[in-house]
Design a protein around this ligand. Structure first.
Ligand SMILES: Nc1nc2c(ncn2[C@@H]2O[C@H](COP(=O)(O)OP(=O)(O)OP(=O)(O)O)[C@@H](O)[C@H]2O)c(=O)[nH]1
Length: 396
């Protein structure tokens, strides 16, 4: 294949990468790694543009291949920088500056002025090192929901690193191959095709990561209450059904602990809606300290909350609820310089063998909660103990 066509096609693929990443960023500005990946496309484009220019004009050696190779390494590095940023790490442009300087300085050495093969061997540790860093970072990720979307980029980077390394090893150890700058032998053609495939696939893989990430963020937002960060009623429908099915199979206890802020309307009326919101946040923050990390918490109404407690009986659930009640009572909220003591009323109910739906237990927990409200507030009632089912209440 002629090298002119390959460089043109690679330049096109670089442009598509830069434009795709930039346009995706325009569509959702909350994903800055897209700008790194767009810059990666621009770097590859600049490298190809210099190569094209060098085909027609005699350029200084430091410009082509020197600066052209710096852009080429920069392109690979910007993919790494974007991956780092996506994973919440600093992109480390200082490392890029050091790498760029090293690559440029190497072009002053006699080795770089040798045959094309020697420059290829010279660049391989840089490219393979950057590719290996991307592979290492992505392979370490534990988040199950995202792992599948990292795999394609991981494979593409690993494949490119492998072909680059094998090519360099063959050129270093094998029969001398006469490569010429922008020649059309199989070695150059293969290398250019590898770059072309890499650019096209990396563009798709980066887009896949961003789309998957946004999808998960949207899904999480749709299940989360924005004021408190607790799960919302919609999430409760999902999770309670799953836990109810598990409870029916395993027989493990499943309890609902519901609670509601006492006289909350008075806070709104006296201090305003913003103070009411602060009170809601205060109650959820404090009660989170009384709950265990694995207890699923939900905001199911304005100032009503539910906790799904699995594996514990009435006694332990009552203990958890009492701990929560006491902690809220003893942790005042500061509003306008005033210390305001908040209290909550709580209800507890467990799923019973003849329950057909999980919400029967939630309804009983609500009845227990209203029992606690009627009997003075700032207290906890357990359905079946403090409040008897109607059939037993008649006998009592
Ligand atoms: N600030 C704020 N207020 C809310 C929110 N959601 C509901 N509310 C208010 O919460 C109040 C609930 O009042 P009530 O149901 O009478 O309950 P209460 O005053 O706590 O009385 P008891 O529950 O009987 O102790 C209403 O005034 C709602 O407008 C919210 O997100 N923020």
């Amino acid at each position: 294949m002629d090298s002119f066509t390959l460089v043109i096609v690679s330049a096109l693929a670089s442009t598509i990468m830069a434009a795709t990443m930039y346009l995706l960023h325009r569509a959702s500005r909350r994903t800055p790694c897209l700008l790194d990946w767009s810059a990666a496309g621009l770097c590859f484009l600049a490298s190809n543009a210099l190569a094209l220019l060098a085909m027609h004009v005699q350029l200084p050696f430091l410009l082509a291949p020197g600066i052209a190779n710096v852009f080429y390494i920069g392109g690979h590095y910007m993919i790494l920088a974007g991956v780092r940023r996506h994973l919440g790490l600093r992109p480390r442009y200082d490392w890029l500056a050091v790498l760029a300087l090293m690559v440029l300085l190497l072009h002053v050495t006699g080795f770089a002025h040798g045959p094309v093969a020697s420059r290829l061997i010279m660049l391989t540790p840089f490219v393979a090192g950057i590719n290996a860093s991307v592979v290492w970072l992505l392979a370490r990720q534990q988040e199950r929901a995202m792992r599948d979307s990292y795999l394609p980029l991981l494979v593409v980077e690993a494949a490119f690193m492998t072909q680059m390394t094998l090519r360099a090893v063959f050129l270093a150890l094998g029969q001398p191959v006469q490569l010429t700058f922008l020649g059309s032998q199989i070695w150059q053609t293969g290398g250019s095709l590898a770059v072309l495939a890499f650019l096209s696939l990396a563009t798709m893989c980066c887009a896949l990561i961003v789309i998957r990430h946004q999808e998960l963020a949207l899904r999480s937002a749709s299940l989360t209450d924005s004021l408190t960060g607790w799960l919302n009623r919609r999430a409760l429908l999902d999770m309670a059904e799953r836990e109810f099915q598990r409870h029916r199979r395993s027989g493990d206890a499943l309890h609902f602990l519901t609670f509601d802020i006492d006289h909350f309307k008075a806070i709104n009326d006296q201090f305003g809606h913003a103070a009411g919101d602060a009170a809601i946040r205060h109650v959820t923050n404090v009660s989170a300290q009384a709950l265990r990390g694995y207890d699923a918490r939900f905001r199911i109404g304005g100032e009503e909350f539910a906790v799904l407690i699995t594996g514990d009986g009435n006694f332990q659930t009552r203990q958890i609820g009492e701990r929560l009640r006491l902690l809220i009572e003893s942790t005042p909220l500061l509003i306008d310089g005033q210390r305001l003591t908040l209290t909550v009323s709580l209800g507890v109910a467990g799923c019973q063998p003849d329950d057909l739906q999980w919400d029967e237990a939630l309804r009983r927990a609500d009845q227990a909660l209203y029992h606690a409200k009627r009997h003075g507030r700032n207290r906890l009632s357990v359905y079946g103990e403090d409040l008897l089912p109607p059939s037993l209440a008649r006998l009592a």
